[in-house]
Ligand binder design. Structure first.
Ligand SMILES: Nc1ncnc2c1ncn2[C@@H]1O[C@H](COP(=O)(O)OP(=O)(O)OP(=O)(O)O)[C@@H](O)[C@H]1O
Ligand code: NI
Length: 307
């Protein structure tokens, strides 16, 4: 059984359009995802596709103006707000997207110690620093004294000393040099191999594919495909959704063939399939209704033309 199951998750934000009028803007719609122990699922999508919001919905840290519907199950049971609060930082842990998440007024070592659940905080912190190759004296540094790469490793240390069973890493490698990227994703792989379920959120399909078992492709607030990592091969013919194929082909080592157009904004989604305006396969049927997620060749796809 999957440790985490996200089924039909939708999130809308209430925003004020004037002094007395408000509208509801849907930002996630009908998201589907599952994740098992020992598995890395990479969540791939361009900026604004809803990756961080999915993470925040699972953790229960969406802002107050968010309306959430659909089911999130953890370990077979609905993840209610009460359970989210109990599990957050303990069983479910986040490596946040921004290093500004670190407390600027607290030394790095002390911050990591506050996250320790079980065992001696100092010993656990030092073990984590050693594991993530942080020099011992870095425990006395304040966040502004850490390099970008070191700060990221402190965040990974914080997320792992809790002994989490579900780790959500939101863009853990932005702008890092290739060696550190490889090191970071390898650490996530090691955690997964020891039984942790890892959700790896990333723009970077290439580095995610080094370690992921499966890939969830996001577009304009929904899951358009869930593929095996091994489906990303050759010309992309094993991929199921035209957008996944386009992402794959746009990589420099493939055909480097970008597609025209841009991802639609949450407030102005096209009718029917959200990818239709950019899709070479699109027909009139595509604009009739939002395509349902269907099982196909050991994966899932939201496209009526997928074969
Ligand atoms: N508090 C909010 N109120 C209104 N809209 C929001 C809010 N937070 C996020 N959004 C919108 O929701 C959409 C998805 O945002 P999200 O942060 O999940 O994207 P992302 O895929 O993580 O992007 P990135 O790769 O840049 O981190 C964006 O269009 C964003 O503008
Ligand atoms: Ni994000």
């Amino acid at each position: 059984m999957a440790l985490l199951e996200v089924d039909g998750l939708s999130v809308a934000f209430t925003t004020y359009t004037g002094r007395f009028s408000q509208t509801s803007v849907p930002v996630l719609h009908n998201m589907t995802l599952d994740l098992s122990r020992g598995e890395i699922v990479a969540v791939i999508g361009s900026s604004g596709s809803g990756k961080s919001l999915l993470a925040h919905a699972i953790l229960g840290i969406l802002p107050g103006n968010a309306a959430v519907s659909g089911d999130i199950r953890y370990d077979g049971e609905l993840l209610t707000q009460q359970r989210q609060e109990a599990l957050r930082g303990a069983e479910i842990s986040l490596v946040p997207q921004a290093v500004s998440y670190l407390d600027p007024l607290m030394r790095a070592g002390a911050q990591v110690r506050t996250a320790v659940r079980g065992g001696d905080p100092v010993a656990e912190q030092r073990k984590a620093f050693e594991r993530y190759r942080l020099p011992e004296h870095a425990e006395r540094f304040y966040p502004h004294q850490l390099s970008g790469g070191m700060a990221r490793r402190v965040l990974v240390s914080m997320a792992t000393v809790s002994g989490a069973r579900l780790l959500i890493a939101d863009e853990p490698t932005p702008g890092l040099d290739p060696d550190i990227v490889r090191e970071t994703v390898t650490q996530l792989r090691e955690l997964a191999d020891s039984g942790t379920a890892v959700l790896l959120i990333s723009h970077d399909l290439e580095s995610a594919l080094q370690v992921a078992d499966r890939v969830a492709v996001f577009y304009a607030g929904t899951t358009v495909e869930i593929a095996q990592a091994s489906d990303f091969t050759a010309g992309g013919s094993r991929l199921r959704h035209p957008y996944s194929k386009a992402l794959w082909r746009a990589l420099p080592q493939n055909e480097f063939e970008p597609i025209p157009g841009a991802q639609p904004q949450p407030g102005s989604l096209p009718p029917g399939c959200v990818f239709a305006p950019r899709c070479t396969l699109a027909t009139d049927d595509c604009t009739a209704e939002r395509p349902a997620m269907k099982e196909l060749r050991g994966g899932k796809v939201r496209c009526i033309h997928a074969t």
